[in-house]
Design a protein around this ligand. Structure first.
Ligand SMILES: [Zn+2]
Length: 251
């Protein structure tokens, strides 16, 4: 069964103990890194995940707290001697800007850089991101300041499902994406443009009839943890927990 490792649970402003939101999902043949916080090489090492296990990186949208570690990750993988290809999946808006960012770093002149394949995720509901013997991953658009996708990750060994909202205001497409998921990781930045509160995450979890809700991408500085949990629990009867850096979750 796949293992989910939370590498960061913070919203846009990290602190010494919390990285911006990103996580890894690992199975026998694949390692999926979803978004890429500011310090991915150190976080993966702390989690005991070899950088070489990462076969695919999915960038949900082009905001610094979700992608700023990706250039460093590529540089570090190259310097550490990675040879096998890496696939990067993202919506066109993000993929194009990420390419431009890497051009600014002259990545085509890094001698012997492993092959990096860029895969575009269409901005439509249930777009297939990848399908292999470990996972089927699909994406649907959320509502944010820039184009963004949420993800539905099915573990093919047991058909259990993880859904991830990424950054989004409450919306029907993410509710449909999460329908019946065993685990939903939902952002809880607070009710504001392009974001959701813990209560709204709870409402969506109830509507989508998920098994368990983990709140992620929450404000470490202003929000009280107990308030986040009680807000979500007032809307959703299932289990609710806060995602935390370096915690693992079974599918
Ligand atoms: Zn964002």
């Amino acid at each position: 069964m796949a293992t989910i490792t939370i590498l960061g649970c913070a919203y846009s402003i990290p602190d010494a103990a919390h990285e911006p939101t990103h996580f890894a999902v690992q199975a026998e043949h694949s390692g999926i890194l979803v978004d890429c916080g500011t310090n991915p090489t150190v976080r993966l090492a702390q989690a005991g995940i070899s950088y070489d296990c990462i076969t695919d990186m999915i960038l949900t949208h082009f905001h610094p707290d979700h992608i700023s570690g990706a250039p460093l990750m590529l540089l570090n993988m190259w310097l550490l001697g990675r040879k096998h290809p890496l696939r990067i999946h993202a919506p066109a808006h993000c993929l194009q800007r990420f390419s431009q960012l890497m051009e600014a770093y002259d990545w085509h002149h890094w001698p012997g850089l492993f092959s990096v394949e860029l895969h575009h995720i269409p901005l439509r509901e249930n777009a297939v991101v990848l399908a292999n013997s470990d996972f089927t991953i699909s994406a649907s658009p959320g509502e944010h300041m820039v184009p963004v996708v949420g993800l539905r990750i099915t573990d093919e060994s047991c058909r259990r499902v993880l859904a991830y909202s990424s950054d989004t205001a409450p919306c029907d497409s993410i509710s449909r994406l999460a329908a019946g998921a065993d685990v939903l990781l939902h952002e809880a930045t607070g009710a504001s443009i392009g974001h959701s509160s813990a209560g709204q995450a709870g409402q969506l979890a109830a509507r989508a009839q998920v098994g368990k809700l983990y709140l992620i991408h929450y404000d470490l500085h202003r929000a009280k943890e107990s308030n986040l949990l009680s807000e979500a629990r007032s809307q959703f009867e299932g289990r609710v927990e806060l995602a935390r850096d370096l915690m693992t979750i079974d599918m």
